[in-house]
Design a protein around this ligand. Structure first.
Ligand SMILES: *Cc1c(COP(=O)(O)O)cnc(C)c1O
Length: 403
């Protein structure tokens, strides 16, 4: 083992320590509804993306185990070799139908879908227009593509319009890439306004709908369906590890797009197929998403409930008024981390988000809601939060409760 490697890396880690950016992995187990066990201690999870409470649903486990008794655990090869199981194809058809597109292609994760699909579509002679708050995987995808990258201010369509106009004729292909729902603030990109703009300037559209898939829009078909432009977005990406409760991701679109990606998306080609049992579980999840609309309604009810409660304690959430991603801005990183730790001690796991995930000075609590939360759990969190905020960041408790 090289000592110089360890000493160099230790110095880098020390820098992170001083910047209060050291992180640790905690062991989370026994997920059931919104209950988890963290390092052996029971807690309620307000930090997951398990929006519909499906990750721990026994029906998904049954679908996977039934399958595991019949066939191999691993796909054993890349899909273009001997790793393409009929269930992969069945799931891709179901995903295309769910999204209202001609075809879909699965990837092992959302990160891999983005870093595979985007560099397949654009390259050196092309340009990508990106919202400043796009997910990290989209930023990495842009780098890998070697295309020119233009970032526009968050959801600012008139800035985007100016860029599109000024760039006319300079590039071969133009791709506009946005999150359907932004993961840190819970707001939606106005896709209904994006579509005519893209069309006017002959640009393609790519929507990462990791957070909307299964939850937003009619039947949970996603953000594009919510805005009524499902058929007009060129590339729809969604993930399976959030609302659908399993793991993996997909790109949906025209049959030609999918055929092209099959030949050109390197993160699809050069990787092992996902376990077929996972596809069995995901197919079950899609059935549940369709058959149990109450989960979506309950999620939105829960989001409204906690937002009302937060307003009552004088700490209204930022962002969209009914989003299930509920950010509570604190600002100072240390204070944010202390609040997160004290809530954890009280049995509530929430996201304490700091740079580099969000810009400096905007550290925040990120509470994510699930249909699995009970009113008691929500009230318990807000009560604990009120006390902790009062003690840790008194200046932030702006107003006393309304009579
Ligand atoms: C979570 C997320 C991803 C990554 O998906 P994984 O399946 O977790 O790799 C991509 N884009 C957005 C917007 C996300 O929130």
């Amino acid at each position: 083992m090289s000592q110089s490697l360890d000493s160099a890396l230790t110095k880098d880690l020390d820098v992170l320590t001083h910047a209060r950016m050291r992180r640790t992995l905690r062991g989370t187990a026994h997920r059931a509804e919104a209950r988890i066990v963290v390092d052996g201690v029971p807690a309620v999870d307000f930090s997951s993306n398990d929006y519909l409470g499906l990750a721990g649903d026994p029906r998904l486990a049954e679908a996977a185990t039934a399958y595991l008794h019949e066939d191999a655990t691993g796909a054993a090869a890349a899909r273009l070799l001997s790793g393409n199981h009929p269930l992969h194809t069945t799931l891709e058809r179901a995903l295309a139908e769910f999204k209202g597109t001609e075809a879909a292609l699965m990837f092992s994760s959302g990160y891999m879908a983005n870093i595979g699909a985007i560099p397949a579509l654009i390259g050196r002679r092309d340009v990508m227009y990106a919202d400043t708050l796009n997910h990290a995987s989209l930023i990495d995808a842009a780098r890998l593509s070697r295309a020119e990258v233009r970032t526009f201010p968050h959801c600012d369509l008139s800035a985007l319009r100016t860029m599109l106009r000024d760039d006319a004729g300079k590039f071969r292909r133009r791709l506009i890439v946005v999150d359907g729902m932004f993961s840190m603030d819970g707001d939606l990109f106005p896709l209904d306004e994006l579509v005519p703009l893209a069309r006017e300037f002959d640009a393609w559209t790519y929507v990462d709908d990791a957070h909307g898939t299964g939850v937003i829009g009619p039947d949970g078909r996603g953000t594009a369906a919510h805005f009524g432009v499902e058929r007009e977005i060129d590339v729809l990406m969604g993930t399976l590890g959030k609302a659908l409760g399993t793991s993996g991701a997909f790109v949906a679109g025209s049959a030609t797009l999918i055929e092209f990606l099959l030949h050109r998306a390197r993160s699809f080609i050069f990787t092992t197929g996902t376990p077929p049992a996972l596809a069995a579980a995901t197919l079950r999840a899609l059935d549940i998403v369709r058959d149990e609309p109450w989960r979506r309604e309950k999620l939105h009810d829960n989001a409204r409930h906690i937002r009302r409660k937060l307003a009552d304690i004088g700490r209204p959430a930022n962002g969209l008024s009914d989003s299930y991603v509920v950010p509570v801005l604190i600002g100072d990183t240390d204070a944010t981390m202390r609040v997160g730790q004290r809530l954890r001690d009280a049995g509530y796991v929430i996201g304490a988000i700091r740079p580099p995930t969000v810009p400096l000075g905007t550290s925040r609590l990120r509470i994510t809601m699930s249909s699995a939360h009970t009113p008691e759990q929500i009230d318990g969190l807000v009560t604990a939060l009120e006390m902790v905020l009062r003690e840790e960041v008194p200046e932030l408790v702006a107003t006393s409760p309304q009579p």
